[in-house]
Design a protein around this ligand. Sequence first.
Ligand code: NAP
Ligand code: MG
Length: 476
Amino acid sequence: MTSTLLFLDGEFRDSSRRKRIPQTNPATEEVFADVAAASVADLEEAVKGAHRAFTQVWRNLSPRKRTDILFAVSRRIREQAEELAQLESRNIGKPISDARDEIELGARIFEYYAGGITRLFGQTIPVGRGGFDFTLRQPMGVVAAIVPWNFPFPIACWKAAPALAAGNTVLLKPASQSPLTALELGRIAFEAGVPAGALQVMPGTGSEIGDALATHPLIRKISFTGSTSVGARIMSLASRDLKRVSLELGGKSPNIIFADADVEQAASTSPMSVFANTGQDCCARSRVFVERTVYDAFAEKFIAATRQLQVGDPSSDATQIGPLVSRGQRESVEQFIAGARSAGRSIACGGTRTHSRGYYLDPTVVLDVETNDPVWREEVFGPVVCIRPFDDESAMLREVNDSPYGLSGSIWTNDLKRAIRVARQVESGVLSINSHSSVHVEAPFGGFKQSGIGRDLGMAALEGYTELKNVYVAEA
Ligand code: NAP
Ligand code: MG
């Protein structure tokens, strides 16, 4: 059993109340570690440290120096990649091959934003009255990053790296279920040269320190990924002193298959577009729309491919699907399945537990759903997909957009004009055509409607951690 403390001001420190958050391995149901839980008093100290690091050190370093340090963070992540991947896999039951990919993604994110520091350009503007006018992108100050448990390491990196690159300092609050790799990131960054206080990692329950984070006067921006309900609460609290917010929230993403697509490829790849990470993915393609003429063939291949998925021990290289993160998460997913069953919907495969230990749930395919079924409308955040036929493109698009969410989605067609026409009409921040990808380090990621506000990743995220200043110089 290991115990980890808070990472504050360049060292591991206990919380003022000595409270602990136990860490469970979801594959074995065993508690294997605990971490200190920050109190509001710890938060107060951490914000002071972050503000000091901002005003006295980090924002004053030359762009070259900050670039060198962020490249060093990236190198150190790679040097410790295997330990980090093992830790992540154990903490949330993530298959080890996915965990390795996600640690590498974190390293690439630090590399990208290290390079971005000297590409954060302003403009010169020919203002009407003459003279010389230019813009500056300036850091905001202390940024709070609140991250979820489904992709703990890459999401921590894609908030911390651009915020630091822009010259801010960061208070990172990991989810209570997944704080271990975030704490390691704090240590690694400090050892790579990020000054004490510039990246502090503070586990602590959202219910205890969340409101204090969202209202602290020295915190200038909250960057949050998680549920729509918590995101809305943060935005409302942050409005008191007009803190900037960036929110990446839930989704109920469509996967649209036209008859002219490569149906074989679409059907064989679609199961992992929803079941990867055991469906605990805000981009999960959980509503599948299939043109009726290919519906039967598609559904049959989709179900056959689902049955082939390797569900099991996250530490095995061959495993594709691990357990859910917690007992509670599995129960909440099972309620959706029970609801679909009692409404008479067809459970074509899964819906059951085949492991006696661990929070496993078999990948589940639901057919014959109606558009007002909770399993069709709500974010399940587990290994459950619904497949529905459609006849007409515009009626299908109305159903696609009849959702409070608008995060991601896929369109499968070989008709270029249709692909572009449909891509323009789907209300979502991210789309892929003949692919299931959602996240590219270099491109903006975020949602329309209740899937969020603001963008992570790409240069858009870097700009999102700055204030835009205009300076006018009289020449006459
Ligand atoms: P959540 O409650 O929104 O948690 C996300 C983060 O917010 C965690 O760090 C959490 O800390 C923190 N938090 C909780 N309450 C807070 C508050 N009042 N103020 C500030 N921060 C707070 O999400 P969850 O409970 O883990 O999952 C519930 C649902 O959220 C899922 O079923 C899914 O629908 C959605 N979700 C979406 C994403 C995504 O990637 N968009 C990721 C995860 C979850 P604690 O862990 O200490 O509570
Ligand atoms: Mg929660």
